[in-house]
Design a protein around this ligand. Structure first.
Ligand code: PEP
Ligand code: MG
Length: 911
């Protein structure tokens, strides 16, 4: 039997179902499922993702058997709908929409009203008794066909869309504000003008044959899988290019037949903040794309639909409840109301902000719809999104002051929570370029509306503000998903792309001026507004808010209690100061996985520089003795903050010239003479010593344990400071568990050399004080040799910690400091899927780690193994660490909640 490329749905019968997303795409699979659960869905058929992969593998051609399968399904739809495609008396019209496995909102193309031509439009007018809507549909079709299939775009960024410009002229001529006010005669003129536009710009006639139209639309939809914005989107969200999209051809229902008709998109609960209740956008007497494109600002379902169309509102609520119960998840739907009856055109799990994700998951558990294990699913709360709960909000006092100063500008729809201040940028490409040049200056992208073309600029922006559009417009959907602050439908702003200005509240702001936007409330301010910590931070870290006073915190805390119940991987923190340690503990850190001792020297630079210029062991020891009390105090502070939790302290790691180099001598003219005086030598001697320290390749030079081996007195001082501090704090009644860690070892001999000094220091301190305590001596695994010979190293090392920053650098031979110039190019060209310094390169570095774990534990069965490279806070990497059996991950304090959630998700996924 030949491959089934086309799947039919309609009349309670469907070839597919919701589990078939890889073949039918999300939209196709859910249309089939909705038919199966008896929801009102116009009949249609889905061309599978295999058609798409065939299309690209075979020079953009279709499988030979496709044609007949499409014809057969088309006949079934005709039968179901009681109308005929291309018929001059009873015409059936189709839509053709993309639908990938993962939804990619607005990234690919859609064509509506396929089948209209000069003959069928007359029949449609007769049949519906509505000449205006028939011609309105026709002009939309010609416009969409021109735009999507024939790719007629503006010539440059200041030219408007040619079809929209013609529409605007027509509206002006007729003196109407909205398209729905255009007369039949005007619509007829527009159809003729659009056809002429196509002829002159595309050099071909608009096709009148319905079959040619449908194949044109199918080709355009499959073609749009490889457009730039879709590719950028897939790279951003890790969707493989090989998946391909499906295409759905579905009978049209009309939202534009009159005032008892409408089109809309809805959410079964709010997805910006997660508030329960059906909500969304609708437009009376209009077609679907008007809502999604953000061209007209729609009405809110929850505000006015009950008055405008009470029966349809009731149907919609019923459908919403049925969907949530069936899918156990918030749904994002598209619907059309034709003569009062609701038809479903799409349902999918709704995209949401991190705020909404947490609230919805917790609420669904509390409502009994899902279990706490389901609430923790990665697809419900991507671990990274938890970060949004920790982001700053505007300080209410600063906002009030800004209002008093007359800086309040306007209020729009609060579509993406978050507070953002930045410079105005009106064009997406300029935002992208500006961000590349000035990564530290935040950008607010201000547009009349955004379209999928603007994706790159949206990525670069901190916040997005649009004059039109509703909470379901493209700008809103995409920015919510990106976790950006977003305000849409801010109709008070007047964006002038030619003058590069934004007029609002009687003021004219220019591109480059600062504005601030509050995505929680929809308010826009001139200039900068100070931010304040999020409620979760206020409760946990600042302790300025009581837990019971914050609903956001209460939900966060409920979620984290489930997280802690289900994860097995421990989560520690990378912290060098008591403040950081305390903050991390507030977020639930279970220990310190990495204290970089060199950071503690930053407050004592002169002392360490003195040590560095010393030429003899004796003089170095003398200089080190001055550093010892500082280190001891710092360690004691850490031990106190961690209150009995394990603390891993790493010995000095960076090359010495980071503390003292030519640059330092140049920038601080008194430094050289001062060091010469301290060491009793000359300025020339100091300069000579500094020159000796210079390295061509410092990352691979005299650093890590190599320092402690060549200058053992450094290790001795640090070890002594650690144990003296431990004893001191133990005497205060606090339990202390120091874990001393050797950096960058590759040979067992290197480790043993350092271990001996550390243990000797411990013994000395214990005998001097008469206090003993448990401690461990372990090593970082940061060079491939250490992983490969982990069996040998584990004979002496009592724990391992993967330093994946260096391990990535040394495995890939990519300098962690110098990869910027090419990594962007590599990502753009799909040479590597992720930045390996952010997400572990599982096949390469990850395999080396696996070897390290296996071989280390072949010697020492219960070897404690962690990770303390930056990857320890990256959800995908955390999941990998769980998979290879690490004991803990260690990350920066504010990543602790994210890492914990990822750890729970990994544990549950493995079950
Ligand atoms: C590492 O290399 O992963 C690590 C944690 O050490 P550092 O970043 O200090 O080199
Ligand atoms: Mg390192």
């Amino acid at each position: 039997m030949s491959t089934q490329y086309v799947y039919y749905f309609g009349d309670g019968e469907a070839d597919g179902n919701t589990t078939m997303k890889s073949l039918l795409g999300g939209k196709g699979a859910n249309l089939a499922e909705m038919v199966r659960i008896a929801l009102p869905v116009p009949a249609g058929f889905t061309l599978t993702t295999e058609v798409c992969t065939y299309y690209y593998a075979n020079g953009r051609t279709f499988p030979p058997e496709l044609k007949q399968q499409v014809i057969d399904s088309l006949k079934k739809v005709e039968k179901s709908m009681g109308a005929e495609f291309g018929c001059s008396t009873n015409p059936l019209l189709f839509s053709c929409r993309s639908g990938a496995r993962e939804s990619m909102p607005g990234m690919m193309d859609t064509v509506l009203n396929i089948g209209l031509n000069d003959t069928t439009v007359v029949a449609l007018a007769k049949q519906t008794g509505n000449e205006r809507s028939a011609w309105d549909s026709y002009r939309r079709f010609v416009q969409m066909y021109g735009d999507v299939v024939l790719e007629l775009k503006p010539k440059d960024k200041t030219e408007g869309d040619p079809f929209e410009v013609a529409l605007e002229h027509k509206r002006e001529k007729e003196g109407v504000a909205e398209d729905s006010g255009l007369s039949v005669a005007a619509l007829k003129e527009l159809v003729a003008e659009f056809k002429l536009l196509i002829k002159t710009r595309a050099g071909k006639d608009f096709p009148t044959d319905p079959m040619e139209q449908v194949w044109g639309a199918i080709g355009a939809v499959f073609g749009s899988w490889m457009n730039d914005r879709a590719m950028v989107y897939r790279r951003t969200y890790g969707i493989p290019h090989e998946w391909g999209t499906a295409a759905n051809v579905q009978a049209m229902v009309f939202g534009n037949l009159g005032d008892d008709c409408a089109t809309g998109v809805g959410l079964t609960r709010d997805c910006a903040l997660g508030t329960p209740g059906f909500c969304g956008d609708y437009l009376i007497n209009a077609q679907g794309e008007d809502v999604v494109a953000g061209i007209r600002t729609p009405k809110r379902i929850e505000e006015t639909l009950a008055q405008d169309m009470p029966e349809s509102f009731a149907q919609l609520n019923e459908i919403g409840k049925k969907l949530e119960k069936h899918y156990k998840e918030v749904q994002d739907i598209e619907f059309t109301i034709q003569r009062g009856k609701v038809y479903m055109l799409q349902t999918r799990n709704a995209k949401r902000t991190g705020f909404a994700a947490v609230r919805i998951a917790v609420d669904l558990v509390n409502e009994g719809l899902i279990t706490e294990v389901e609430a923790l699913q990665k697809r419900r709360i991507p671990a990274d999104d938890l970060n949004q709960l920790l982001q700053p909000i505007f300080d209410p006092a600063a906002k009030a002051a800004a209002t008093k100063e007359g800086r309040f500008l306007a209020k729009g729809i609060n579509a993406g929570p978050g507070a953002a201040s930045g410079v105005i940028c009106l064009f997406a490409d300029e935002a992208e370029k500006f961000h590349e040049k000035n990564p530290t200056i935040d950008i607010i992208l201000v547009r009349k509306e955004t379209s999928p073309e603007d994706l790159r600029g949206m990525k670069a922006a901190k916040g997005i503000l649009t004059a039109t559009g509703g909470a379901s417009s493209h700008a809103a959907l995409v920015s919510r998903q990106m976790g950006k602050a977003c305000i849409v439908g801010c109709s008070a702003i007047d964006v002038d792309y030619t003058a590069c200005t934004v007029k609002v509240a009687g003021k004219t702001l220019k591109a480059g001026d600062f504005i601030s936007m509050d995505g929680f409330t929809g308010e826009v301010f001139e200039g900068k507004v100070a931010t304040k910590d999020s409620e979760v931070i206020q409760v946990l870290v600042q302790k300025t808010l009581k837990p019971e006073e914050s609903e956001t915190y209460k939900r966060y805390s409920q979620l984290m209690s489930w997280v802690d119940k289900h994860r097995t991987l421990q989560v520690r923190t990378n912290a060098d100061t008591p403040g950081q340690a305390t903050e991390a503990v507030a977020f639930g850190a279970e220990g310190i996985g990495l204290c970089r001792t060199e950071h503690m020297f930053f407050d004592h630079l002169d002392e360490i520089r003195h040590m560095i210029v010393c030429e003899t062991k004796d003089s170095r020891e003398e200089a080190l003795a001055k550093l010892l009390p500082f280190q001891r105090e710092d360690f004691a502070g850490l031990f106190r903050s961690m209150n009995g939790r394990p603390v891993t302290i790493r010995l000095l790691d960076p090359p010495l010239h980071e503390f003292l180099s030519d640059r330092h001598l140049e920038e601080q003219p008194d430094l050289g003479p001062k060091l010469a005086a301290w060491t009793g030598s000359s300025l020339d001697a100091v300069k000579r010593r500094v020159a000796e320290l210079h390295e061509a390749n410092p990352m691979l030079g005299h650093r890590g344990c190599r320092l402690g081996i060549v200058y053992p007195e450094i290790t001795a001082m640090q070890a002594r400071a650690i144990f003296e501090a431990a004893v001191m704090v133990k005497k205060e009644g606090i339990n202390v568990v120091p874990e001393v860690m050797v950096p960058l070892a590759g040979f067992l001999a290197e480790f043993k050399h350092q271990e001996k000094i550390i243990r000797a220091a411990a013994e000395l301190v214990f005998s001097e004080t008469g206090v003993t305590l448990e401690y461990l001596v372990g090593t970082m695994i940061e060079v491939p040799r250490a992983a490969v010979r982990a069996d040998q190293i584990a004979t002496a090392a009592e724990f391992f910690s993967f330093g994946t920053n260096d391990l990535t650098q040394t495995t890939l031979a990519i300098s962690r400091d110098d990869y910027g110039p090419f990594i962007g190019f590599y990502r753009e060209h799909d040479i590597i899927a992720n930045d390996p310094f952010q997400t572990i390169d599982q096949e390469g570095v990850g395999d080396i780690m696996r070897i390290g774990v296996e071989r280390g534990r072949s010697t020492r069965k219960d070897l404690k193994i962690g990770i303390c490279g930056e990857h320890g806070g990256d959800p995908a990497s955390v999941m990998f660490c769980h998979e290879i059996g690490l004991t803990y991950v260690s990350c920066s304090p504010r990543r602790v909640p994210v890492a914990k959630l990822a750890a729970a998700q990994a544990a549950l996924a493995a079950k």
